[in-house]
Design a protein around this ligand. Structure first.
Ligand code: ADP
Length: 508
């Protein structure tokens, strides 16, 4: 088994990995920048090494310094978390060449799945359905127009090296294609240093369903079922659940087999995820494979009972997976809400500041994976994900009710967060029916972020204030002392209910 692991990351995922290490009796080494000198992940680790200035490019992306830190502290392995260096094949290779264990897939598998076009090619060869389109990048506008004719409109321009939704453009008519190609290329070059763009059919109203894979180094690859990640804004996930209302046992088995086939074709070992679009007619298409642990991994852990990070560590140490595929069945329902430091009313602008108060939710079925504590500085240097709130319930309805309760308990002061948007999403009738697709949040976001507009409730709230102001305190406290009209009863209820959905600003 491993004895000491360096975690090349920060925030909630660094602490998540440390927890798994600690349960296995493995010592932990944190790395940190200037901004993170007193960060919770540093406090939690057994040892910590300073690796550079606050900008990620000078610290968390400095593979050379991270490997030096691992060697200097006598660590025997490196866990990359997600983001930063987690999907950089040269870093995985450098870790291995330094005589350290890489807690992730082989560098060759990262490479094989590294670009969207390479992954498409690999998937096609393995008989995995991909979104209709052309796998080769387009050369110029005339070439793009001729490719577009064969693919059909609407179409999606995608950066071959893309990620995080960047370098993507929806094009509905040939007239819009040249300008969209130009801007997709420019964005891709800036973000990824590669302006290669290819054309895919744009699917209307699919769901984003992904399959969690776990593979050992002895040839066993298991599917741990699906996650529903359709609640997205600008191609960024907000809330995830497992399982999905749209996936039957039969479809789960088929998608699972397909994902395993893609993973096998890439020579995959460790935890990984195959992302698919699921169309309304039940057909599904491979999008890409994420060759690392994902932000939303806990929902799979809660419904399967399998600790994915523990098994990343065990598999990296050479252990065999002890289960067969038929033993893996989802039990109950899990939901994750990403608690980001964003001002949802101000176009999701990232907010910064100091966490002045923090009251994490607790109680049955609640898990809180956070990178912050009271006093933490939320800076502009890093991702806006502060914490993840994850709940489990025996049914989807009960999981929703539990998440609603847990979000109500959560207190975060010092920065704006997305908490109240999550409350609104959970209260939404379409969400409650599971009537979702990847454009759902985009369509609903304006109404979900504006102050409550229900005319009855606004009127009732105004009247409530007047009644409470006009009545003697004893009368206001005793609702049965006077006959009331219906609106007055509503007004009283309004005055007494939680201000949360109306004010939406308790997390400030
Ligand atoms: P990235 O790596 O930039 O996140 P993905 O290929 O994973 O890009 O796509 C991100 C999101 O964009 C998907 O979850 C989905 O919502 C949307 N998307 C991607 N491809 C298509 C497509 N062909 N049709 C419709 N939506 C798509």
């Amino acid at each position: 088994m491993l004895t000491k692991v360096l975690i090349a990351n920060r925030g909630e995922i660094a602490r998540r990995v440390m927890r798994a290490c600690r349960e296995l009796g493995i010592r932990t080494v944190a790395v940190h920048s200037d901004a993170d000198a007193a960060a919770p992940h540093v406090v939690m680790a057994d040892e910590a090494v300073y690796i550079g200035p606050s900008a990620a490019s000078e610290s968390y992306l400095r593979g050379d310094r991270i490997i030096e830190a691992a060697l200097a502290t006598g660590a025997d392995a490196v866990h990359p978390g997600y983001g930063f260096l987690s999907e950089r094949a040269p870093f995985a290779r450098a870790v291995r060449d330094a005589g350290l264990v890489w807690i992730g897939p082989p560098a060759e598998a990262i490479e094989a799945m590294g670009s969207k076009t390479a992954a498409r090619t690999l998937a096609e060869r393995a008989g995995v359905p991909v979104v209709p389109g052309a796998t080769q990048p387009v050369r110029d506008a005339p070439h793009a127009l001729s490719v577009a004719d064969t693919v059909g409109y609407p179409l999606l321009l995608k950066a071959a090296s893309g990620g995080g939704g960047r370098g993507m453009r929806v094009v509905r008519t040939p007239a819009d294609l040249p300008a969209a190609l130009d801007s997709a290329r420019r964005e891709a070059l800036k973000a990824f240093g590669d302006d290669a763009v290819y054309i895919e059919r744009y699917l209307e109203g699919p769901r984003h369903i992904e399959i969690q894979i776990l593979a050992d180094a002895h040839g066993r690859i298991l599917s741990l079922g699906e996650r529903e990640c359709s609640v997205q804004r600008r191609h960024q996930k907000m809330l995830e659940e497992a399982p999905s209302v749209a996936v039957s046992a039969e479809l789960r088995a088929r998608m699972g087999e397909t994902a395993v086939r893609a993973a096998r074709a890439a020579g995959y070992v460790s935890a990984g995820t195959c992302e698919f679009l699921l169309a309304r007619d039940g057909s599904f298409y491979f999008l890409e494979m994420n060759t690392r642990i994902q932000v939303e991994h806990p929902v799979t852990e809660l419904v399967t009972g399998i600790d994915l990070v523990e098994w990343q560590l065990r598999v990296a140490a050479g252990e065999r997976l002890p289960w067969t595929q038929d033993a893996i069945l989802p039990r109950g329902w899990a939901i994750e809400c990403r608690i980001t430091s964003e001002d949802v009313r101000n176009d999701f602008l990232p907010t910064t500041g100091r966490i002045t108060a923090l009251g994490p939710p607790a109680g049955p079925g609640v898990r809180w994976d956070a990178g912050i504590e009271v006093g933490s500085e939320v800076s502009r240097y890093y991702d806006s994900l502060l914490a993840k709130l994850i709940v489990w319930g025996p049914t989807r309805d009960l999981a929703i009710a539990r998440m609603r309760r847990a979000l109500g308990e959560l207190v975060i002061e010092g920065v704006e967060t997305a908490r109240d948007l999550h409350v609104r999403i959970l209260d939404d009738a379409e969400f409650q029916r599971g009537d979702l697709d990847i454009q759902w949040l985009e369509r609903r976001v304006a109404s979900l972020t504006e102050p409550a507009r229900d005319p009855d409730r606004i009127f009732a709230a105004a009247v409530a204030a007047a009644i409470l102001a006009a009545r003697p305190a004893t009368a206001a406290a005793n609702p049965v002392d006077a006959p009331e009209t219906t609106w007055a009863a509503t007004a009283r209820r309004e005055a007494l209910r939680s201000p949360l959905p109306v004010s939406g600003r308790r997390t400030e």
